[in-house]
Design a protein around this ligand. Sequence first.
Ligand code: FAD
Length: 496
Amino acid sequence: MGKHKFDVEYDVVVVGGGGSGKSAALTAAKEGGLKVALLEKMEKTGGTSIYAEGTCAFESSEQKERKVPPKAGELNQKHYPTREEGFRRYIDYSHHRANPEVVRMFVDNSAETIDILKSLGVVYTDVTIYAYDQPLELNTFHRPDGLGERVQELLLRACVNAGVDIFTSTPAKQLLTSDGAVVGVLALDSKGNAMKIGAKAVILATGGFGNNPDLVKKYSWQYRVAYHTYQCVPTQNTGDGLMMALEVGADTDSIGALMIAPCARGKTLSSHSSGAGAQPGLWVNKTGRRFASEEVAMSFADAGNTVAKQPEGVVYSIFDADTVKHLMEEGSDIGLGDFIRYKQKLTHLQTELDQDVAEGIAWRGDTIEELAKNIGLDPEVLAATVAEYNDACEKGYDPLFYKPARFLRPVRKAPFYAVNMAPSVLVSCGGIRVNGNLQVTDRDYKPIPGLYAVGMEASGLYGDTYNLDCPGTANGFAHTSGRVAARHAIKTIKGE
Ligand SMILES: Cc1cc2nc3c(=O)[nH]c(=O)nc-3n(C[C@H](O)[C@H](O)[C@H](O)COP(=O)(O)OP(=O)(O)OC[C@H]3O[C@@H](n4cnc5c(N)ncnc54)[C@H](O)[C@@H]3O)c2cc1C
């Protein structure tokens, strides 16, 4: 293998132990009978895939089983999209920035992903949409029992059983090349010692750069808030795969879309105060004024974009005692997947708000002016915003942004609360250009021999925004692309 002297050699080295990496490793070991190493920089594998709730697929066995023909005179309420419908939706939603080859690879192979995960023990409880009442969403969201955590646990077990060597706390640092081909990886082992690992194929499954504000600043159209986002999950996807690939001549494609969800600073997505803040009530930015129809909250991707456009990514969600009571006793007006379910009673809301106010991450006031002073907003401006908003609520008509009347909930009864909603970057959506085999391509669109990129590290599905019309896309693509890349590597290594 060229001029390198390796400490150890494998057929395939997978870098990153999330959904895409483990799917690639399992396929290479189990289907190809290859010697496979999986490197994971954190203490445990799983990455952001642990937090994923649903998995997108088209024409899966689960969708087919649930396809009940409508009775005479009834509409079929739940339409399960075909591959072609999925293909068109990705292309259209991205304004043709998606790569048709990659999209086709995904929609054609996604159903098998569901069957493979089922064969590992995953049980799907539903195939649905992500948000309630979103007319554009397709029913692609395969919801596994135990969610992403259970899926990743089963996948890890399968990798171990298939003989994959798993190295945790072992970050890959550099790709090793010889005559223009990638022939291995330089990694640091758990004691910090450099380790040169030879490989006939390297699969980058490093999950993108969502945790790296410098790269967000450099590549995303959301660059203004790069240093004002809030990381609500403890992941370390810092764009290592992208950086390593660029060093060996890879190119980027449609880079910079981020999956962002509004989350209360200092809280988790399932916290009840964050969930209250994420409702489509009254949102103001640092000027103390509204800036959008808060109904955007129904799609977390659009809501994330909207929050991230505000000065310093700061949004205060303002509500009153009646809304606290409503959310605690009647439940949420919109859901945020399984983090906050539609109509879920936010029973901890008052306790959390009291704690958050004491910690200085939420604010309370007996009047709107007092609330404004506590937050640091102009009291007169906020009072005028609230008065105008309450007037809109009374009339059932939002003259500013046409928010639907069902979300016009007034802010009248003291005490008043404000929650600071931040743009929380969940993941970046692609970066490295790949072809339909997930081979990384150079500036001339030629594959770099021996190198693949999969999951959130690979471009191909997105334009400027994560596609929630096909919910579960990131996770479905992660597992599917990992497997497809590994199959191509198997064939190439075996000379088939
Ligand atoms: C809170 C949350 C909820 C989500 N919910 C959904 C959902 O419901 N549906 C959906 O489709 N998507 C969801 N996502 C997105 C989800 O991350 C993707 O779906 C997908 O699972 C990502 O898979 P991946 O393998 O590309 O990346 P990851 O699962 O993030 O795996 C990447 C791995 O690479 C490791 N790594 C990084 N750099 C190195 C290095 N140098 N060396 C070794 N290892 C390295 C990381 O530590 C990580 O373990 C969610 C994300 C978050 C944060």
